[in-house]
Design a protein around this ligand. Sequence first.
Ligand code: 5GP
Length: 200
Amino acid sequence: MVSKQGMLVVVSGPAGVGKGTLCRALFTQLDGLEYSVSVTTRKARPSETEGKEYYFRTRQEFLKMIENNDFLEWAEFCGNLYGTPRFHVEGVLKRDKTILLEIDIQGAIQVKKQFPQGVFIFIVPPSLKALSKRLHGRGTETEEIIQRRLATAVQELGNIYDYDYVVENDHINVAVEKLKSIIIAEDCRVKRMHFSLKEE
Ligand code: 5GP
């Protein structure tokens, strides 16, 4: 009786807030979600694989992709370029499925202009101290980069009112439950449904 339109979910918030961990957990608990793998000019971390966390490209290759209009959005974050390939997102939405983008705040603002009907979720740390601890604990960035990321995070909190939901990442299980609840509830919205009354 009911078929649904595709849904675009954006999970955003300061770098180091734990978006990646939350999204990975979410994918193990919710069926039918597709992940948008971004392109970046950042160097791969030892744990990362081409095509899984990111597509790793040179700056020159990335600039070429911008020229070809390959990105739905892109942004420069702490000296590296990050972008969402347009092709995958549009394909998933055409198939009426749900796509999740885990991107920074500048990117989320650009996506909102193109998809105001999307679901925009802002992840906040319990405190700046906790964020600093997490960035240091990761051990993958220099102190200078960590300080830049922290300063950016403070500025970024000002964008919170552009979002639909805020989830505090204090306890991961609680935060994942909240993300799940948001996506499930949004998936049931009447405005996303096409109704047709069939005999059976
Ligand atoms: P990291 O270098 O820690 O993987 O990511 C740095 C920041 O870039 C994070 O806030 C992450 O969410 C964001 N990011 C990842 N992919 C994209 C993307 O495609 N577009 C934008 N705008 N930001 C992204």
